[in-house]
Design a binder for this molecule. Structure first.
Ligand SMILES: [Zn+2]
Length: 79
């Protein structure tokens, strides 16, 4: 699968968006920087791992909610 210019990439693709698990804001599905050299560009999407109905689930979370310290139900810290 091509990594650039593909419909499966979220960058610049309005169809590949999800909503924040907390506030419902529209955010890109892709986690991380748009480009490794875009050091000044803050990531918009944070993948927080929690559990939903006993299944490990990644909760897409916007920067604003991440900054407030919001965590999904039964948030699992990385240790
Ligand atoms: Zn949010």
């Amino acid at each position: 699968m091509p990594s650039k210019g593909s419909a499966y990439r979220a960058e610049g693709n309005p169809t590949l968006r999800t909503v924040c698990a907390h506030c419902g804001k529209s955010i890109p599905t892709e986690v991380g920087h748009a480009h490794p050299l875009d050091v000044d560009l803050r990531r918009e999407t944070w993948g927080l791992v929690g559990y939903h109905a006993a299944l490990k689930t990644v909760f897409a979370t916007c920067t604003a909610c991440h900054d407030t310290g919001w965590q999904p139900p039964e948030f699992e810290r990385g240790n």
